[in-house]
Design a binder for this molecule. Structure first.
Ligand SMILES: [Zn+2]
Length: 171
């Protein structure tokens, strides 16, 4: 999944459901969702950092920095959100290095002549993963959905700025 989407969705959900949570944690811990994808450069992508143990290490570091449980849970949430958003084929290696396999879940609801619910689960070893995805020539970092999300956000931002300036001029 693209970096922007990896950050936007968990951030928006967190702010929507926990509006009173300390914004210091909400915003400064966002980079966790990008750190996890750095295993494309260091180690084995979808394995080295895409696992629960690495997420726990990051959450532990956040706890040590602030000595605060909320920091731990926000960091853990961001890490877990990345693994969940990567859950479709090929999936993350949830338990790497203990279990050296990815686990994925693909679910879709489609309609042709009738409704179809497709559920597909499976796992890939490191070798299978590399054979299928190891040498992709192109990696998309900003694709169409991300551009449209930016556009939507810009529209809302303009409305926000107009409303704010109106409020100010009324005072
Ligand atoms: Zn990822």
């Amino acid at each position: 999944m693209e970096p922007f989407v990896h950050a936007l969705i968990p951030l928006a959900f967190l702010l929507a459901l926990f509006p009173n949570i300390d914004k210091k944690y909400v915003f400064s811990l966002v980079p966790i969702v990008w750190i996890i994808d750095l295993d494309s450069f260091i180690g084995i992508h979808r394995f080295t950092f895409h696992n629960l143990f690495f997420v726990l290490v990051l959450a532990g570091i956040a706890y040590l920095i602030w000595k605060n449980r909320v920091a731990f849970w926000v960091a853990f949430y961001y890490g877990l959100s990345h693994l969940i958003l990567d859950l479709s084929m090929p999936g993350p290696a949830w338990l790497y290095p203990l279990v050296q396999k990815t686990f994925y879940l693909d679910i879709s609801i489609a309609k042709g002549t009738s409704w179809m619910l497709n559920i597909d689960t499976g796992s890939l070893s490191i070798n299978q993963y590399n054979t299928l995805f190891g040498n992709l020539p192109v990696q998309t970092y900003v694709g169409e959905p991300a551009i449209l999300f930016y556009l939507l956000f810009s529209v809302l931002l303009v409305v926000y700025i107009i409303l704010k300036s109106k409020k100010k001029s009324r005072k």
